[in-house]
Design a protein around this ligand. Structure first.
Ligand SMILES: [Zn+2]
Length: 883
């Protein structure tokens, strides 16, 4: 599954009985309590009589005792708010059965049985978007992690693998297309009623089950696998959206080819279907042979999708496709192992995207996501290891830690092993565990054996939470450069006194005069502190460290500004160069917002930054996409992370001031850059993408120093735009400034794209993320807009997730932003608990804030905690956030 990558949301209308859990504290589930299930379910038959209001499900389960587990006199079938219509054992009455909470527990005497269970569902009333639900007249499913138990009673755990045969019956006029996993084996059409039967030959856990029924059309194509198998590919969408599916289809074909070439993985069915759905909690879902996608990650054309949207689609299509091996063929033994499939698959999609575009720029983007989303998790009340030890609601663990840090951890294995040996490790893993429900430990051992590495100490990365801090001190003595490193893994809730972890650091030592180094080296810091000596330096070199972001750590060093300026202009590792630019700006903004600098020092440091950016503008050897990264300012959120008791208003002020200084001092260079970029016609080439990125970046600097002049330029860019990247970029700049240009552009944008929900989502987001002084008032008004609804997750995220990610609005001194988000959580929780719970971490950052805001944030968390009927999802996040 892919967590929605940018501000994105759920749907529904009737409060489900199970949305609220009666007992205040739902039980805690612990990894160490794992035991294998007492029964195997080798075959499952599902028969659906489909309807939007009412669907009847007949599930037939072949069950037999699991020889690898303790004998049990009963079988526990999980349910979640299900209506049991009837139950049969071997065609007759069961020896006994009872309800235990939502679960059905059946007494079974012999060694193998057939159970027939009939349940009745109400898809239109399912606002949680888990299980079977209705979205705009179609029916679809989402089962990961525990949605299948909302469809029928079943051992809904990933280690119970079964082959599925699915029959669907539905009125043809409403549901002309009926899809499920695997291959279609039968289709009957009596004119009014359609009957389709699907069979998936690959045993799978219930969370990979999927069904789609609706009035859909497909873009069809083919792919020939490396062994010559012909695969039919379909991307299913609503009529009218077909033209916007080309990029998704091309991305799919590239993914299939890449996985063969890079990991030796071939597709294993005759058919691969992707369906786009408007109401979806997540980004997309890797159901075997039938991927279900949020429309956001399928539909694109230049007029309506930005370059970022295109990249997102390619990445998510790749991600879900790669799960066919890392997730489906080898699945997780239990949900504590989620990073086994997600960390590895995120790494695979990152490597894929690196190969498809500019590798350094992709790496920078991935690190930015890690720092923006995962570092705050690691330093906050919700910190957990990539393999958690316990949970109350597994939906809360689809986190940046499990996904993005999980990917970094496996990337470090790749760095330590080298590319070839790492591939031998992954081959070993796929060979050894194909068809199994495996653990993170199985993965690590496979890499160890295949790559010939000792990962004994490395396993700490799976069990210890927190971002390691690495202190760096470089001295020079005689002809030796001496590098002293020490590490500290901070305490996190439930974990203290942590052990040192192996930290692979790529470094280079630059000769300051020549601007070169003698070669990159990989050193591993695996003790609390260590000293590395480098002979052959007549003078003190300049250290470039954690090149390529070789380890997900925070580097702490006292480096003179002029060395950062040197690295920013000279470093041959693009990431390190970017890092030097960021460090230069972060160091300044942190001390300036703390009020540590006098006027003179401030001006001198600003001048350093201006000079460094000036050199980036002038450097003809850099590609524009990279230039855009080097010129970008660190986000306010990232700066806040570096400060205890942060005052968001001061940081905002200093950051805007620095933008204005850059805009003013470099006005000529920036305008020239803009004019040059303007000349490139639209294409999807890296060069053209780079030019578009620069145009909006230049506008954002110019508008800080000259709001009137830049607004006029932005308005012109808006009007003349022949693609969404330019238009959205201009509108983004305009939303922050008062004036007629803002009003006109917003109105035009809305009227132009009224019928396109994905673009209207952008319209909501841009206003919620804006730097306008009245952003709170704007968000309030937007919540009352006729196009706003709490029932569509994309729309909720487009307004409120964007707002919660906008420190300028969310952290308003009065606390009104906090109140708005708390109100939203309380209102959304009964409708869509999963999405509601995702807003809690924003308030959970209260410990990092200055005392006034901190108290206001806590107050709102307490108000939520005191609400009478919280979902399990929100309950867990709020109580953990309060700590
Ligand atoms: Zn995934």
């Amino acid at each position: 599954m892919d967590i929605a990558r940018t501000p994105s949301t759920p749907d529904g209308n009737i409060e489900m009985a199970d949305a609220a859990v009666e007992p205040k504290a739902p039980p805690e589930i612990r990894r160490e309590d794992y035991t294998p299930f007492a029964w195997l379910v080798p075959a499952t038959r599902l028969d659906f009589a489909l309807g939007l209001e009412k669907t009847r499900v007949t599930a037939t389960l072949e069950v037999e005792r699991n020889p690898a587990a303790d004998v049990s006199p009963t079988i526990r079938l999980n349910g979640d708010g299900l209506e049991l219509v009837s139950l049969k054992c071997d065609g007759g009455d069961c020896a006994g059965h009872m309800m235990d909470g939502d679960d059905l527990v059946v007494t079974l005497e012999g060694d193998s049985h057939t159970l027939e269970i009939v349940t009745e569902l109400h898809p239109s009333a399912n606002s949680q978007l888990m299980g079977l639900y209705a979205s705009g007249g179609m029916l679809c499913t989402q089962c990961e992690a525990e949605g299948f138990r909302r469809i029928t009673f079943f051992p809904d755990r990933p280690d119970v693998l079964s082959t599925y045969t699915v029959t669907m019956r539905a009125p043809k006029k409403d549901f002309p297309v009926l899809l499920s996993n695997g291959n279609r084996v039968r289709m009957d059409d009596d004119g009014e009623l359609l009957t389709a039967e699907w069979h998936d030959p690959w045993p799978k856990p219930s969370y990979l089950f999927a069904l789609v029924a609706g009035d859909l059309v497909a873009r069809t194509d083919h792919f020939t696998t490396m062994s010559g198998r012909e695969v039919e590919l379909n991307v299913w969408v609503r009529d009218g959206d077909l033209e916007r599916t080309e990029h998704a289809m091309e991305s799919l074909k590239r993914s299939m080819k890449w996985d063969e070439e890079t990991f030796g993985r071939e597709y294993d069915l005759d058919l691969f279907n992707i369906v786009a759905v408007s109401d979806f909690n997540m980004g997309a879902m890797e159901n075997k042979g039938l991927n279900v996608f949020n429309t956001k990650y399928v539909l694109a054309d230049p007029e309506t999708a930005t370059d970022g949207d295109y990249d997102g689609i390619e990445g998510v299509i790749g991600h879900e496709y790669f799960h066919n091996w890392s997730g489906n063929r080898i699945t997780c033994r239990d949900w504590f192992q989620l990073s086994l499939k997600e960390g590895f698959t995120v790494l695979r999609d990152q490597l894929f995207s690196q190969d498809m575009s500019s590798a350094p720029v992709k790496r920078i983007e991935d690190v930015r996501v890690l720092r923006g989303a995962q570092f705050p998790e690691d330093s906050g009340p919700l910190a957990h290891p990539i393999r958690p030890d316990s949970y109350r609601e597994i939906s809360n663990f689809y986190t940046a830690t499990v996904y993005n840090k999980g990917a970094e951890v496996i990337r470090m294995m790749k760095t330590l092993a080298g590319d070839e040996a790492f591939r031998q490790g992954t081959d070993t893993y796929f060979d050894r565990h194909d068809g199994e429900a495996a653990t993170c430990e199985d993965f690590v051992r496979s890499i160890e054996d295949g790559a010939g590495l000792d990962l004994t100490q490395f396993r700490l990365w799976y069990s210890q939470a927190g971002t390691p801090k690495v202190s760096v001190n470089l001295t020079h003595h005689g002809d030796e450069a001496i590098l002293e490193l020490s590490q500290n893994v901070p305490d996190t809730p439930g974990q203290s006194g942590k052990k040192p972890m192996p930290i692979p650091l790529k470094i280079a030592l630059f000769d300051r005069d020549k601007g070169t180094h003698a070669g990159e080296q990989l050193i591993v810091l695996d003790k609390a502190s260590d000293t590395f000596r480098f002979p052959g330096f007549a003078t003190k070199p300049v250290l470039s460290i954690n090149r390529g972001f070789s380890a997900p750590v925070s580097i702490q060093r006292d480096i003179p500004g002029d060395e950062l300026v040197f690295l920013a202009a000279t470093d041959d590792d693009p990431f390190a160069r970017y890092e030097a630019m960021q460090d230069l700006m972060v160091a300044y903004l942190v001390s300036a917002s703390k009020g540590d600098l006098d006027e003179e020092t401030r001006a001198a440091k600003q001048a350093d930054i201006v000079r460094a950016i000036g050199r980036v503008i002038d450097d003809e050897a850099i590609e524009d996409l990279m230039r855009g990264e080097l010129m970008s300012m660190p986000s306010q959120t990232y700066i806040m992370e570096q400060i205890d008791e942060a005052d968001p208003a001061r940081i905002f002020e200093r950051r805007e001031e620095l933008k204005a200084v850059i805009g003013r001092e470099l006005a000529d260079g920036l305008r020239q850059l803009y004019q040059r970029s303007e000349k490139l016609p639209y294409s999807r080439s890296a060069e053209a993408k780079g030019a578009r990125k620069l145009k909006t970046l230049v506008l954002s600097y110019l508008v800080a120093s000259d709001p009137q002049g830049a607004s006029a330029l932005a308005a012109k860019q808006y009007e003349n735009a022949n693609n969404m990247t330019d238009r959205q970029g201009a509108l983004m700049v305009l939303t922050g400034v008062d004036g007629a240009e803002r009003t006109e552009a917003l109105l035009d944008f809305y009227n132009r794209y009224r019928g396109n929900p994905l673009v209207i989502d952008k319209w909501f987001s841009l206003q919620a993320m804006s730097l306008h002084p009245e952003v709170i008032e704007h968000v309030k008004a937007l919540a009352e807009h006729e196009d706003f609804t709490l029932k569509n997750p994309n729309r909720v995220r487009s307004l409120y997730m964007a707002f919660a990610a906008n420190p300028h609005g969310f952290h308003t001194e009065s606390g009104e932003g906090y109140r708005m988000i708390a109100d939203l959580i309380l209102e959304l929780d009964p409708i869509n608990a999963q999405t509601a719970a995702r807003f809690v971490p924003a308030l959970g950052r209260w410990r990092k804030m200055e005392p006034g805001r901190s108290a206001l944030m806590r107050e709102q968390l307490e108000r939520i905690a005191a609400a009478p009927k919280l979902s399990r999802d929100t309950f867990e996040q709020v109580t953990r956030s309060l700590g």
